[in-house]
Design a protein around this ligand. Structure first.
Ligand code: CA
Length: 367
């Protein structure tokens, strides 16, 4: 039955029929489709990071009923890995995925949205973004670059790194050549180490040949894949320098703002879903990879001595304050971060920490 006949038979008046026709108009407009490109800083196929970006693209396409189609390009495929911020900012492509600490040169404030040495873990970061003013500040930092950021999920606490020399005291960092980027690298430099910025693909060889004495990377899943256990003797934990590194998605602001509201909400929801998915992958797969490193590859796992962590902590605070002093926005973000960490940290001490202190006896690595 034709719609008009149905309306007549149902006794609906002419006015309602006109109204029904009028309602059709937005539906036609809503069929507009968008063909977007997403560029990332990650190598092709990199588990969770690149595969997560590909997964998000598919989710946005599915949730939007195909109205947004996203083609994902790994680092270097379309844009160099560290060129993605500019490419999205100037509208060459619509969106990107990386980690905000790569953009310290744009504004030092960016670093707080990825990882702060001795800063908050994944749970604290998520709380700051979605329960505090973390995401609001992030949007404020990215807006002048014509970008809209969305948290992309956390790696969880990273590992301290692979060393060919034991770290028994802070003095052991003197002259140590370590590949460690970002604020963590600045801390190591303060401790007397030599920071080397080796590209991902050359780390293994550099470590094996003694060009560097140590390297950090991510966590067991990614470290196992890199084969570092064949080139270094000791695997240190915890990753005090990256306690809950957050990944990011960002969108060209003009493009995002011009979208119908429902598509904006679909993007927001898909990114938030991706946050949960990302941490879940890291937690589950890191656990399995750690078992393999210990049992199959007989890796010697060592916790940084408390005296080393206690000596690194004030250096990290110095680095953080120095970075914050470089820019008014970084100062504002640092203050928010510090105040938030004080509150959630205190709560975490009597919740998460107390719980872990107890269950760790049951799941001890030695046990
Ligand atoms: Ca790392």
């Amino acid at each position: 039955m034709k719609r008009r006949d149905f309306l007549k038979k149902a006794g609906v008046g002419a006015a309602a029929a006109v109204a029904a026709t009028a309602i059709k108009a937005p539906a036609v407009l809503a069929k507009k489709t968008y063909n977007w490109k997403m560029v990332t800083t990650w190598p092709p196929g990199l588990p969770v990071l690149q595969t997560g970006a590909v997964r998000l693209a598919k989710r946005i396409e599915d949730l939007s009923g195909g109205r947004i189609k996203l083609k994902v390009f790994a680092g270097g495929e379309l844009v160099p890995p560290l060129g993605i911020f500019d490419a999205v900012s100037n509208g060459t492509v619509e969106c990107g995925s990386g980690a905000a600490y790569y953009w310290a040169g744009k504004n030092p404030a960016c670093q707080w949205f990825a990882a702060v040495p001795f800063g908050m873990n994944a749970q604290g970061m998520a709380a700051w973004f979605h329960g505090g003013d973390g995401l609001k500040l992030w949007e404020e930092v990215y807006a002048p670059f014509n970008l809209v950021p969305r948290p992309g999920g956390s790696t969880g606490v990273q590992m301290g790194g692979w060393f060919n020399k034991k770290i028994n005291s802070i003095d052991d960092y003197k002259g140590l050549k370590m590949r460690i980027p970002g604020l963590g690298g600045k801390v190591i430099a303060k401790a007397g180490g030599t920071v080397v910025l080796t590209p991902g693909g050359e780390i293994f060889t550099s470590l094996e040949r003694g060009v560097i004495d140590a390297t950090e990377w991510v966590g067991p899943l990614h470290d196992l894949r890199m084969g570092f256990y064949q080139a270094a003797k000791y695997y240190y934990y915890p990753g005090w320098h990256e306690p809950g590194t957050y990944l990011e998605y960002f969108f060209n602001k003009k493009v995002y703002d011009s979208l119908p509201k429902d598509l904006q909400q679909i993007i927001n929801a898909a990114c938030m879903e991706s946050e949960v998915w990302t941490l879940a992958q890291f937690e589950s797969q890191n656990g399995a990879a750690l078992q393999e490193l210990i049992t199959k590859h007989k890796v010697e796992l060592i916790k940084f001595p408390d005296r080393v962590l206690n000596a690194l902590r004030p250096l990290a605070e110095e680095v953080r304050e120095e970075e914050a002093a470089k820019d008014p926005m970084a100062k504002k973000v640092n203050e928010s971060f510090k105040n938030f960490q004080k509150v959630v940290g205190t709560w975490g001490t009597i919740s998460e920490k107390a719980y872990y202190d107890d269950i760790v006896k049951k799941y001890s690595l030695k046990g």
